[in-house]
Design a protein around this ligand. Sequence first.
Ligand code: FAD
Ligand code: NAI
Length: 467
Amino acid sequence: MADSYDLIVIGSGPGGYVCAIRASQLGLKTALVEKRATFGGTCLNVGCIPSKALLHASQLYEEAGRDFEKLGIKVAPELDLGRMLQFKDDGVKGNVDGVAFLMKKNKIATFHGTGRILKAGQVEVTGEDGARQVVEARAIVIATGSDVANLPGVEINERDVVSSTGALSFEKAPERLLVVGAGVIGLELGSVWRRLGSSVTVVEYLDRILPGMDGDVAKSLQRIYTKQGFSFRLATKVVGVERKDGALEVTLEPAEGGEQERVTTDAVLVSIGRVPYTDGLGLDEVGVVRDGKGRILVNGQFETNVTGIYAIGDVIPGPMLAHKAEDEGVAVAEILAGQTGHVNPDLIPSVIYTAPEVASVGKTEEELKAAEIPYNIGKFPFLANGRAKVNKTTDGFVKVLAHKETDRILGVHIIGANASELIAEAVVIMEFGGSAEDLARTCHAHPTLSETVKEAALSVAKRALHM
Ligand code: FAD
Ligand code: NAI
């Protein structure tokens, strides 16, 4: 007799494990299947958490050598990379153990093994030892996440030709690191290794970094990263990597085609995006429809074309972000419990955890222009903020885009210290349909970096106070 549940979730990343918790809170008898040894998915094991641990540690290392003396603190920092990697691994362990605890606390049945859907209502779980069992449920939620996109002609070995996973564990900082793709991973992990001593060159196919981000923001960032020591090769593609004389020889070509060039490097990080992960799930046999990019298509209730089979997170269309997966996990659990779960796809913030940090929510200027929506811009630099001035974190600005007629805030883009935290108030005010004036008239504590957000909102009506 197969075990029987209200819900089986396949995949324990931020989408899957949060979905399981919410379902259990709502009284659904819930099971979670995970093929990795630990819970938490990409995000906790090889994504958000370890990358943020290394970004934090490497930033302190750089600041200790570069800035502490100006604060009257004399230190001569010395890198113990082994210890830093251990610090990262300890952080991962704390987080994945935390999820295991939450599964127990919420009485979620957990299965370690690979899940394959036999038909709506039935999942076969194959353990590492090959043992199989069938689990039954009223509903199945696919939350199997995403995997690294490969670059044709470049074989990742996770030693010197790495994906983000290998770049979390270099045993020593490569003298020269060539990053393919000026996206989030390239800039975050490129920053880590630059701070730890690598000379970093980023090769980007397009003629700009961070496609999709507000163009003005991306331009400023490129200037800031270049000042920090990054080299950028834009409108360029990597066509091959070969091993030569103990190093790697990378062949570059203009994106449009043309004369090739060879550069030598010690390591290559391939970070050209991620693709939905559905291997071995049995989707074709069950008839679950995917789009041309392999993403599972769902309706507004997160249900696929097969009744009773749902999908959330990186495996469906939308930004591949942990908080988007989490919110979808909550929404689908609520829908399955008869409530009205909902995620607003227009207000999912995104953050790049470099120094300075970058955060944005809502529309970019380019999107507003394309949609012919009239807008005003309010911009305020961190240079004019008292707290940023005294802390010497003056790089960056806040940019508020508000509707020209209604003043409703349509987009907020921040480059600056703590941007990852500052963006939260923008998301809240936008969820409530607030205007730039609402934000400008809200009292912000002094001295805080958050005053830059208020001043940028004031600046929409050209009445910033400290400029
Ligand atoms: P995942 O986290 O990918 O989890 C899917 C899980 O399903 C995996 O554990 C997998 O083993 C399991 N699985 C797959 N198939 C099966 C099967 N058949 N049976 C059983 N189990 C299966 N996002 C942010 O928001 N902020 C960040 O700072 C951030 N940093 C990142 C840094 C890096 C280096 C990377 C690579 C990603 C980062 N992301 C970040 C993206 C984030 O990790 C993903 O958006 C998020 O993990 C998606 O969650 P998910 O639940 O959809 O899938
Ligand atoms: P990305 O989509 O952010 O960036 C990929 C970059 O590679 C783009 O600029 C693209 O134009 C470029 N590119 C594509 N093909 C190329 C080629 N052949 N040659 C040169 N450049 C090429 O992808 P990335 O950085 O791999 O990250 C994957 C996803 O992981 C992100 O989109 C994001 O969803 C998630 N992530 C989120 C983080 C965060 O929230 N802080 C951190 C890290 C990852």
